[in-house]
Design a protein around this ligand. Structure first.
Ligand code: UD1
Length: 452
């Protein structure tokens, strides 16, 4: 999208466009009033293949800024957030070209990228804060508008800022922008994170790979997406030890080279399909899925009554009876992922028995509960706990998705509700799920995208 055109870039629009992603067909990205219409009662059965993780690929795209030249990413999902990040990189002076047939994107980075990321794009995409670290390292200055993204509560940046300051940056907030500058090269330092923040770990990794000397990130996040970006940075020439642990040791280098990298599979999309199989008493084989990335969530599903079997490139989830309710407590990886919490509330709402769901990361994620109540669910919240009493059935109703995962949870609930459910604000789901509606239809659901 060139500035002001209101259309996706020609390089994307000219390619084959899957039926489920109408935003990519040359239509305006924003402003269309659409909804998902779901007629409940179908059983999900069949095979589905998952692409690369949204929460990884956006950061990998940002990481490409660290080296002049062309980096190529594979298994790039066809989602709105990737489009926003591509546009952000274009505005920073990069040439971004996507090949839909091979699910790849190539990013050509100039010798000196621009260093300003404006609010009109940044507000749509929380992950745009991830250009802060690489721009600061490469350009000596980064002006990044304070981000928006999911509507899931306050999402501080204090650890990003404190960490960059430890590396020698000066960071100030001015007119809605975070402005980070450095004098010479950033320098290595030990950074203790109060909490294993995914975004702060990524920004500090990308800033420190080009810093002078050794950086230690203590209490670092350990998500598979963090391992993925570490692997890409290593291929670019970054010196990182402790990958996958909570202590990352980075030996800064003078320069990095562009690289080619395949994005880690999206464990949150995989988890959503797994919950869908259990809720609909279905049978789904999920390809390009890593069971080890979802250990706790899969264990919960087995306790709920699921049968999980590994297949060569993923696993199969089946459930024959009404699921049993399971308690869930969200925690940083390897704990239970907050991004699967709404889907598990949906599951518990039709399960046998009662369960407590505890949300420790994003307080506003329980806003979704009000929509579940509209569908007839018995859920009561108290602070960061939600008590869910399973009901025999839900009852279809119009509901609104407030964020990506809430949208996914509502779609799953609609699949098992009696009658018709309309999920408004479906663009949230499009931000994170590649071809979701097409896959649901293939698996047997009665789901369509309608204009309302
Ligand atoms: C990423 C994911 C999101 C996921 C989350 C936790 C992306 C684009 N998003 O979000 O889907 O739910 O990890 O797994 O990858 N915090 C602070 N100060 C900081 C940084 C974070 O207070 O400087 C707080 C946040 O407000 C939040 C918690 O820490 O309550 C977790 O945030 P973080 O791990 O940074 O998540 P994100 O990177 O924003």
């Amino acid at each position: 999208m060139r500035a002001g055109s209101g259309r996706p870039p020609a390089a994307w629009a000219a390619d084959r466009v899957p039926a489920g992603n109408r935003w990519a067909a040359g239509r305006p990205i924003l402003g269309a009033v659409e909804a998902f219409r779901i007629v409940g009662g179908a059983r999900l059965a069949g095979e589905v293949r998952v692409t690369g993780a949204k929460n990884s690929v956006l950061k990998l795209m940002a990481a490409s800024l660290l080296a002049e030249g062309t980096s190529v990413l594979h298994e790039v999902p066809d989602i709105l957030d990737v489009e926003y990040m591509a546009e952000l990189l274009r505005r920073l002076g990069c040439d971004v070209v996507r090949d839909r047939a091979t699910r790849s994107v190539s990013i050509t980075v100039p010798e000196v990228p621009h260093h300003k990321a404006d609010y009109d794009l940044v507000r749509k995409l929380r992950a745009s804060i991830n250009v802060l670290g690489p721009l600061l390292a490469r350009c000596g200055e980064a002006d990044v508008a304070l981000p928006g993204g999911d509507n899931i509560g306050s999402r501080g940046l204090d650890m990003h800022i404190a960490g960059l300051e430890r590396l020698g940056a000066t960071v100030r907030s001015e007119h809605g922008f975070l402005i980070a500058t450095r004098d010479e090269r950033l320098h290595g330092a030990t950074v203790w994170l109060d909490f294993p923040s995914v975004g702060a770990t990524e920004n500090l990794l990308m800033a420190s790979v080009l810093a002078k000397g050794t950086t230690v990130i203590d209490n670092a996040a350990r998500e598979p997406e963090i391992v993925d970006i570490c692997t890409m940075l290593q291929k670019m020439g970054g010196q990182i030890e402790g990958v996958g642990t909570s202590t990352l040791v980075i030996e800064g280098v003078e320069a990095l080279s562009p690289t080619e990298h395949t994005t880690v599979p999206d464990r949150l999309v995989v988890g959503t399909w797994a919950v869908g199989a259990v809720m609909t008493r279905g049978d789904i084989t999920i390809h390009n899925a890593v069971a080890a990335h979802l250990e706790i969530a899969l264990d919960k599903l087995v306790r709920a009554g699921a049968i999980v079997d590994e297949v060569p490139d993923g696993f199969r989830v089946a459930c024959h009876d009404r699921p049993r309710a399971v308690d869930v407590v969200t925690l940083p990886y390897p704990g239970f992922p907050t991004d699967l919490q709404p889907q598990f509330i949906a599951l518990n709402s039709i399960a046998h028995g009662s369960a407590m769901v505890t949300e420790n990361l994003f307080e506003a994620r329980f806003r979704f509960v009000n929509e579940m109540v509209r569908l007839g669910a018995d859920v009561r919240t108290d602070g960061h706990h939600a008590m869910v009493r399973g009901r025999q059935s839900l009852s279809g109703a119009p509901v609104e998705a407030a964020d990506i995962r809430a949208g996914a949870g509502l779609v799953l609930a609609g699949l098992v509700a009696e009658g018709c459910t309309t999920v408004y604000e479906p663009h949230h789901v499009d931000r994170g799920y590649d071809g979701f509606i097409d896959d649901l239809v293939r698996l047997g659901a009665d789901v369509s995208r309608v204009d309302v």
